[in-house]
Write a protein of this length. Structure first.
Length: 307
Protein backbone atom coordinates (compact mmCIF):
# COMPACT_ATOMS: atom_id res chain seq x y z
CA UNK A 1 0.00 0.00 0.00
CA UNK A 2 1.53 3.34 -1.07
CA UNK A 3 2.85 5.52 1.74
CA UNK A 4 3.13 2.74 4.31
CA UNK A 5 6.33 1.02 5.43
CA UNK A 6 5.38 -2.37 6.88
CA UNK A 7 7.18 -5.44 8.17
CA UNK A 8 6.46 -9.10 8.75
CA UNK A 9 5.64 -12.00 6.44
CA UNK A 10 3.75 -11.43 3.21
CA UNK A 11 -0.02 -11.34 3.57
CA UNK A 12 -0.50 -14.22 1.12
CA UNK A 13 1.80 -16.45 3.17
CA UNK A 14 0.25 -15.32 6.44
CA UNK A 15 -3.19 -16.19 5.10
CA UNK A 16 -2.00 -19.63 4.00
CA UNK A 17 -0.34 -20.28 7.35
CA UNK A 18 -3.52 -19.44 9.26
CA UNK A 19 -5.85 -21.44 6.98
CA UNK A 20 -3.55 -24.47 7.02
CA UNK A 21 -4.04 -24.63 10.78
CA UNK A 22 -7.86 -24.75 10.57
CA UNK A 23 -8.56 -28.46 10.92
CA UNK A 24 -12.21 -28.53 9.82
CA UNK A 25 -12.25 -28.34 6.00
CA UNK A 26 -15.62 -26.60 5.88
CA UNK A 27 -14.51 -23.96 8.37
CA UNK A 28 -11.29 -23.45 6.42
CA UNK A 29 -13.26 -23.04 3.19
CA UNK A 30 -15.58 -20.49 4.79
CA UNK A 31 -12.74 -18.57 6.46
CA UNK A 32 -10.81 -18.46 3.19
CA UNK A 33 -13.44 -16.25 1.56
CA UNK A 34 -12.63 -13.32 3.83
CA UNK A 35 -8.97 -14.09 4.65
CA UNK A 36 -7.84 -14.63 1.07
CA UNK A 37 -10.03 -11.71 0.01
CA UNK A 38 -8.15 -9.50 2.45
CA UNK A 39 -4.78 -10.66 1.14
CA UNK A 40 -5.86 -10.04 -2.45
CA UNK A 41 -7.15 -6.56 -1.61
CA UNK A 42 -3.95 -5.41 0.09
CA UNK A 43 -1.67 -7.49 -2.15
CA UNK A 44 -0.41 -10.98 -1.41
CA UNK A 45 3.20 -9.72 -1.42
CA UNK A 46 2.44 -6.87 1.00
CA UNK A 47 3.96 -7.32 4.49
CA UNK A 48 1.33 -8.15 7.09
CA UNK A 49 2.49 -5.23 9.21
CA UNK A 50 0.37 -2.96 7.02
CA UNK A 51 -2.58 -4.09 9.10
CA UNK A 52 -0.97 -2.64 12.23
CA UNK A 53 -1.17 0.92 10.87
CA UNK A 54 -4.11 3.27 11.26
CA UNK A 55 -4.32 3.67 7.50
CA UNK A 56 -4.36 -0.09 7.12
CA UNK A 57 -7.13 -0.43 9.70
CA UNK A 58 -9.19 2.22 7.91
CA UNK A 59 -8.64 0.61 4.52
CA UNK A 60 -9.65 -2.79 5.87
CA UNK A 61 -12.90 -1.40 7.28
CA UNK A 62 -13.65 0.40 4.02
CA UNK A 63 -12.96 -2.68 1.89
CA UNK A 64 -14.93 -4.99 4.18
CA UNK A 65 -17.96 -2.69 4.29
CA UNK A 66 -17.97 -2.28 0.52
CA UNK A 67 -17.66 -6.03 0.03
CA UNK A 68 -20.14 -7.32 2.63
CA UNK A 69 -22.05 -4.27 3.82
CA UNK A 70 -25.10 -5.31 1.79
CA UNK A 71 -25.04 -8.94 2.92
CA UNK A 72 -27.31 -10.51 5.52
CA UNK A 73 -26.21 -9.89 9.13
CA UNK A 74 -25.28 -13.55 9.54
CA UNK A 75 -23.00 -13.42 6.49
CA UNK A 76 -21.51 -10.07 7.54
CA UNK A 77 -20.76 -11.43 11.02
CA UNK A 78 -19.36 -14.71 9.70
CA UNK A 79 -16.88 -12.93 7.41
CA UNK A 80 -15.89 -10.58 10.23
CA UNK A 81 -15.40 -13.53 12.62
CA UNK A 82 -13.13 -15.17 10.05
CA UNK A 83 -10.91 -12.09 9.92
CA UNK A 84 -10.89 -11.78 13.69
CA UNK A 85 -9.87 -15.41 14.08
CA UNK A 86 -7.06 -14.86 11.59
CA UNK A 87 -5.89 -11.65 13.25
CA UNK A 88 -5.92 -13.29 16.69
CA UNK A 89 -3.75 -16.11 15.32
CA UNK A 90 -1.42 -13.64 13.66
CA UNK A 91 -1.08 -11.80 16.97
CA UNK A 92 -0.18 -15.12 18.63
CA UNK A 93 2.61 -15.48 16.07
CA UNK A 94 3.71 -11.92 17.00
CA UNK A 95 3.16 -10.78 13.42
CA UNK A 96 0.61 -8.18 14.56
CA UNK A 97 0.37 -6.07 17.70
CA UNK A 98 -3.32 -5.09 17.50
CA UNK A 99 -6.65 -6.11 16.02
CA UNK A 100 -6.99 -4.66 12.49
CA UNK A 101 -10.76 -5.34 12.50
CA UNK A 102 -11.42 -2.99 15.42
CA UNK A 103 -13.40 -0.53 13.26
CA UNK A 104 -15.97 -3.22 12.44
CA UNK A 105 -19.06 -3.89 14.55
CA UNK A 106 -21.18 -7.02 14.61
CA UNK A 107 -24.68 -6.69 13.26
CA UNK A 108 -27.87 -7.78 14.97
CA UNK A 109 -29.58 -11.04 14.13
CA UNK A 110 -32.36 -10.93 11.55
CA UNK A 111 -35.92 -10.45 12.71
CA UNK A 112 -37.87 -13.67 13.32
CA UNK A 113 -39.83 -13.19 10.11
CA UNK A 114 -36.60 -13.42 8.11
CA UNK A 115 -35.46 -16.76 9.50
CA UNK A 116 -37.16 -19.01 6.97
CA UNK A 117 -34.80 -20.61 4.45
CA UNK A 118 -35.92 -20.78 0.85
CA UNK A 119 -37.23 -24.32 0.41
CA UNK A 120 -35.34 -24.91 -2.85
CA UNK A 121 -32.05 -23.84 -1.27
CA UNK A 122 -32.74 -25.96 1.80
CA UNK A 123 -33.59 -28.95 -0.38
CA UNK A 124 -30.36 -28.60 -2.35
CA UNK A 125 -28.34 -28.31 0.85
CA UNK A 126 -29.87 -31.39 2.50
CA UNK A 127 -29.31 -33.38 -0.71
CA UNK A 128 -25.57 -32.66 -0.81
CA UNK A 129 -23.74 -36.00 -1.07
CA UNK A 130 -20.82 -34.78 1.04
CA UNK A 131 -22.87 -34.17 4.20
CA UNK A 132 -21.87 -36.49 7.08
CA UNK A 133 -24.57 -39.03 7.92
CA UNK A 134 -25.08 -37.85 11.51
CA UNK A 135 -25.48 -34.21 10.51
CA UNK A 136 -27.72 -35.00 7.54
CA UNK A 137 -30.00 -37.12 9.73
CA UNK A 138 -30.21 -34.49 12.47
CA UNK A 139 -30.93 -31.63 10.08
CA UNK A 140 -33.46 -33.64 8.05
CA UNK A 141 -35.25 -34.73 11.23
CA UNK A 142 -35.34 -31.18 12.59
CA UNK A 143 -36.83 -29.90 9.34
CA UNK A 144 -39.36 -32.70 8.82
CA UNK A 145 -40.56 -32.73 12.42
CA UNK A 146 -40.33 -28.95 13.07
CA UNK A 147 -39.20 -29.96 16.56
CA UNK A 148 -36.98 -27.86 18.76
CA UNK A 149 -33.35 -28.92 18.68
CA UNK A 150 -33.33 -29.64 22.42
CA UNK A 151 -36.25 -32.04 21.97
CA UNK A 152 -34.50 -34.01 19.23
CA UNK A 153 -31.09 -34.14 20.89
CA UNK A 154 -32.75 -35.52 24.04
CA UNK A 155 -34.08 -38.54 22.14
CA UNK A 156 -32.77 -42.01 22.98
CA UNK A 157 -32.80 -44.90 20.55
CA UNK A 158 -35.61 -46.79 22.38
CA UNK A 159 -37.82 -43.67 22.06
CA UNK A 160 -38.09 -44.14 18.30
CA UNK A 161 -41.28 -45.69 16.92
CA UNK A 162 -39.71 -46.28 13.54
CA UNK A 163 -42.59 -48.20 11.91
CA UNK A 164 -44.94 -45.29 12.67
CA UNK A 165 -42.26 -42.60 12.19
CA UNK A 166 -42.77 -40.83 15.49
CA UNK A 167 -41.28 -40.38 18.96
CA UNK A 168 -42.33 -38.92 22.32
CA UNK A 169 -40.72 -35.66 23.41
CA UNK A 170 -40.87 -33.20 26.26
CA UNK A 171 -41.90 -29.82 24.93
CA UNK A 172 -40.87 -26.44 26.27
CA UNK A 173 -42.30 -26.24 29.77
CA UNK A 174 -42.24 -30.02 30.25
CA UNK A 175 -45.43 -31.01 28.43
CA UNK A 176 -45.43 -34.51 26.91
CA UNK A 177 -45.99 -34.56 23.17
CA UNK A 178 -45.16 -36.49 20.00
CA UNK A 179 -43.12 -35.54 16.94
CA UNK A 180 -43.38 -37.23 13.55
CA UNK A 181 -41.11 -37.42 10.53
CA UNK A 182 -41.22 -38.33 6.87
CA UNK A 183 -39.58 -40.69 4.39
CA UNK A 184 -36.14 -39.11 4.09
CA UNK A 185 -35.54 -39.25 7.83
CA UNK A 186 -36.98 -42.77 7.98
CA UNK A 187 -34.44 -43.92 5.40
CA UNK A 188 -31.52 -42.28 7.18
CA UNK A 189 -32.20 -43.58 10.69
CA UNK A 190 -31.23 -47.25 10.11
CA UNK A 191 -27.91 -46.16 8.60
CA UNK A 192 -27.25 -43.86 11.57
CA UNK A 193 -28.13 -46.48 14.18
CA UNK A 194 -26.16 -49.38 12.67
CA UNK A 195 -28.07 -51.81 14.87
CA UNK A 196 -27.81 -49.79 18.10
CA UNK A 197 -30.70 -50.37 20.48
CA UNK A 198 -29.57 -48.27 23.45
CA UNK A 199 -28.17 -44.87 24.28
CA UNK A 200 -28.71 -41.39 22.89
CA UNK A 201 -29.85 -41.13 19.28
CA UNK A 202 -27.21 -38.56 18.29
CA UNK A 203 -23.69 -39.20 19.58
CA UNK A 204 -20.32 -37.50 19.53
CA UNK A 205 -17.64 -39.13 17.40
CA UNK A 206 -15.32 -39.69 20.35
CA UNK A 207 -15.63 -41.17 23.81
CA UNK A 208 -16.64 -38.75 26.56
CA UNK A 209 -13.63 -37.09 28.21
CA UNK A 210 -15.48 -36.04 31.34
CA UNK A 211 -17.85 -37.84 33.66
CA UNK A 212 -21.46 -37.59 32.46
CA UNK A 213 -24.81 -38.98 33.57
CA UNK A 214 -25.22 -42.59 32.48
CA UNK A 215 -28.22 -41.60 30.36
CA UNK A 216 -26.01 -39.35 28.24
CA UNK A 217 -23.53 -42.10 27.33
CA UNK A 218 -23.82 -44.89 24.79
CA UNK A 219 -23.09 -48.00 26.89
CA UNK A 220 -21.49 -49.87 23.98
CA UNK A 221 -19.08 -47.23 22.67
CA UNK A 222 -18.72 -44.78 25.56
CA UNK A 223 -19.58 -41.92 23.24
CA UNK A 224 -21.61 -39.02 24.63
CA UNK A 225 -24.87 -37.39 23.62
CA UNK A 226 -24.29 -34.69 21.02
CA UNK A 227 -24.55 -31.25 22.61
CA UNK A 228 -26.60 -28.32 21.33
CA UNK A 229 -23.49 -26.17 21.17
CA UNK A 230 -21.63 -28.62 18.96
CA UNK A 231 -24.67 -29.24 16.77
CA UNK A 232 -25.05 -25.49 16.26
CA UNK A 233 -21.36 -25.14 15.39
CA UNK A 234 -21.58 -27.90 12.79
CA UNK A 235 -24.53 -26.35 10.95
CA UNK A 236 -22.82 -22.96 11.01
CA UNK A 237 -19.63 -24.45 9.58
CA UNK A 238 -21.41 -26.31 6.79
CA UNK A 239 -23.49 -23.29 5.74
CA UNK A 240 -20.99 -20.48 6.27
CA UNK A 241 -20.17 -20.23 2.58
CA UNK A 242 -23.80 -20.04 1.46
CA UNK A 243 -25.16 -16.64 0.41
CA UNK A 244 -27.84 -16.95 3.11
CA UNK A 245 -25.49 -18.52 5.64
CA UNK A 246 -24.41 -19.29 8.15
CA UNK A 247 -27.67 -20.87 9.34
CA UNK A 248 -28.60 -21.76 12.88
CA UNK A 249 -30.59 -24.77 14.06
CA UNK A 250 -33.75 -22.82 14.87
CA UNK A 251 -34.02 -21.81 11.22
CA UNK A 252 -34.78 -25.44 10.32
CA UNK A 253 -37.78 -25.46 12.65
CA UNK A 254 -38.83 -21.99 11.53
CA UNK A 255 -38.57 -23.01 7.88
CA UNK A 256 -40.60 -26.17 8.41
CA UNK A 257 -43.46 -24.24 10.00
CA UNK A 258 -43.37 -21.45 7.43
CA UNK A 259 -43.36 -23.91 4.53
CA UNK A 260 -46.23 -25.85 6.10
CA UNK A 261 -48.21 -22.61 6.45
CA UNK A 262 -47.47 -21.78 2.80
CA UNK A 263 -48.76 -25.22 1.83
CA UNK A 264 -52.07 -24.54 3.54
CA UNK A 265 -51.67 -26.33 6.89
CA UNK A 266 -54.50 -25.46 9.26
CA UNK A 267 -53.93 -23.65 12.53
CA UNK A 268 -54.58 -26.81 14.64
CA UNK A 269 -52.12 -28.74 12.46
CA UNK A 270 -49.47 -26.04 12.81
CA UNK A 271 -49.96 -26.04 16.57
CA UNK A 272 -49.55 -29.82 16.67
CA UNK A 273 -46.46 -29.61 14.46
CA UNK A 274 -44.85 -26.84 16.49
CA UNK A 275 -45.90 -27.91 19.97
CA UNK A 276 -47.27 -24.45 20.70
CA UNK A 277 -50.25 -24.12 23.01
CA UNK A 278 -50.96 -20.47 22.20
CA UNK A 279 -52.12 -19.64 18.70
CA UNK A 280 -50.50 -16.19 18.94
CA UNK A 281 -47.10 -17.88 18.95
CA UNK A 282 -47.64 -18.99 15.35
CA UNK A 283 -47.62 -15.41 14.03
CA UNK A 284 -43.87 -15.31 13.53
CA UNK A 285 -44.05 -18.29 11.17
CA UNK A 286 -46.84 -16.97 8.95
CA UNK A 287 -44.78 -14.59 6.81
CA UNK A 288 -45.21 -16.01 3.32
CA UNK A 289 -42.21 -15.87 0.99
CA UNK A 290 -42.27 -14.02 -2.33
CA UNK A 291 -41.99 -17.29 -4.26
CA UNK A 292 -44.90 -18.83 -2.34
CA UNK A 293 -47.02 -15.73 -2.98
CA UNK A 294 -46.23 -15.98 -6.69
CA UNK A 295 -47.24 -19.67 -6.76
CA UNK A 296 -50.50 -18.91 -4.96
CA UNK A 297 -51.35 -16.09 -7.36
CA UNK A 298 -50.57 -18.28 -10.36
CA UNK A 299 -52.78 -21.04 -8.99
CA UNK A 300 -55.80 -18.76 -8.61
CA UNK A 301 -55.30 -16.79 -11.84
CA UNK A 302 -58.63 -17.25 -13.73
CA UNK A 303 -57.05 -16.52 -17.11
CA UNK A 304 -54.26 -19.03 -16.58
CA UNK A 305 -56.75 -21.71 -15.48
CA UNK A 306 -58.73 -21.33 -18.74
CA UNK A 307 -55.67 -22.01 -20.91
Amino acid sequence: MPGIVATGPELGRAADAFLNGVTNPNTAKAYAIAVRGLAAEFGIKTPIGVLDTEQGVDELAKWFTERWGGAAPTTFNARMDALRSASAWWQDQQWLDGDPTRRLQRRGAPAPGDQSIDRAELGRFLARPDLPLRERTLWQLLYESAARTEEVLALDVPDLDRPNRRAPVRRKGGAADTIAWQTKTARLLPRLLEGRTEGPLFLTHRRARVELASGDIDPASGRARLSYRRAEELLGEWTADLQSGPWNLHWLRHSALTHAAEDGASTPMLMALSGHTNVNSLGRYSKVSASALARWQAGRDPVARRR
